[in-house]
Ligand binder design. Structure first.
Ligand SMILES: CC(C)(COP(=O)(O)OP(=O)(O)OC[C@H]1O[C@@H](n2cnc3c(N)ncnc32)[C@H](O)[C@@H]1OP(=O)(O)O)[C@@H](O)C(=O)NCCC(=O)NCCS
Length: 184
C-alpha cells in the first residue's frame, strides 16, 4: 500500500534533483527529456506527490505528477507522469502510483487520464505497448507522435465502471485537498 504526500514547489525541486541523481542523466533524458536536474518546470495546474511505502514510512518510493486544470470545466483529461527510485523498481509501484493518480483525477471530475512514453525510453515504451495489448489493462494505446520527439500516448477511460472503485485513499485525498485549498 502507498501513502501519498502532496509536495510544495520547493519540495518538488528537491525531490526531482534527488531522483535525477539517482537515475543519472542518460536515463532522465531518455525517460523525460530532462537535460539537467532543474530542466523540468512545474506547470501551473500540476500537482506532484511523493509516495511512501506504508510499511516503511520514511522511504520515498517515487513520485507522480498530475496536470489537470481545475479552473477549466472543459479540461477533462488528466496528464500523468510517474517516476520510481532505483531501489524500488520492479515491484509494481509504477502501476500503483498511476492507479492512485487516476483515482484522484477521477474524483476531481476528469474523464480520461493520459500518459506519454518516449520511444527512446525503450524498456518502458515496450512495456506499455505490451500491457496495452492486454484487454484487461485499463491503459489503451492512443497513437504515436514522431516529431520533434518520438513518443506513444496511452489513455485510460476514467468513466469506465469496470475500472477504479472511487473508494480509495486517493478519492478521499481529492476531497480533502478541496477543503484545504478552499481554506488557503
Ligand atoms: C519506468 C519506471 C516508472 C517503472 O517503475 P516500476 O515500479 O519498476 O515498474 P513496474 O514494477 O510496474 O514494472 C517493471 C518490471 O517489473 C516487473 N514487476 C512488477 N512487479 C514485480 C514483482 N513483484 N516481482 C518481480 N517483477 C515485478 C514488471 O512486470 C515489469 O517487468 P518488465 O520489465 O518485463 O516489463 C521506473 O523504472 C522509473 O522511474 N524509471 C526511470 C525513469 C522512467 O523511465 N520513467 C517513466 C517515464 S514514462
Amino acid at each position: 500500500m502507498l501513502r501519498a504526500k502532496r509536495l510544495t514547489a520547493q519540495q518538488v525541486v528537491a525531490l526531482w534533483r534527488e531522483f535525477y541523481e539517482a537515475h543519472g542523466p542518460e536515463v532522465m533524458r531518455a525517460a523525460y527529456g530532462w537535460t539537467s536536474p532543474e530542466a523540468r518546470p512545474i506547470r501551473r495546474g500540476e500537482r506532484v506527490w511523493a509516495f511512501y511505502d506504508q510499511d516503511d514510512r520514511d522511504a520515498c518510493i517515487g513520485w507522480g505528477a498530475c496536470y489537470l486544470s481545475l479552473d477549466d470545466p472543459e479540461d477533462v483529461e488528466a496528464t500523468l507522469v510517474v517516476g520510481v527510485f532505483p531501489a524500488y523498481q520492479r515491484r509494481g509501484f509504477r502501476r500503483q502510483i498511476l492507479d492512485w493518480m487516476s483515482e484522484w483525477a477521477k474524483a476531481k471530475g476528469a474523464e480520461y487520464a493520459r500518459l506519454v512514453v518516449f520511444a527512446e525510453n525503450e524498456a518502458n515504451h515496450a512495456r506499455h505497448h505490451r500491457e496495452a495489448d492486454d484487454p484487461a489493462n485499463p491503459w489503451v494505446w492512443a497513437g504515436d507522435v514522431w516529431f520533434p520527439a518520438a513518443y506513444s500516448i496511452f489513455m485510460r477511460d476514467l468513466r469506465d465502471p469496470r475500472d477504479l472503485d472511487g473508494q480509495s485513499e486517493a478519492a478521499e485525498t481529492a476531497e480533502a485537498t478541496e477543503v484545504a485549498e478552499a481554506a488557503e
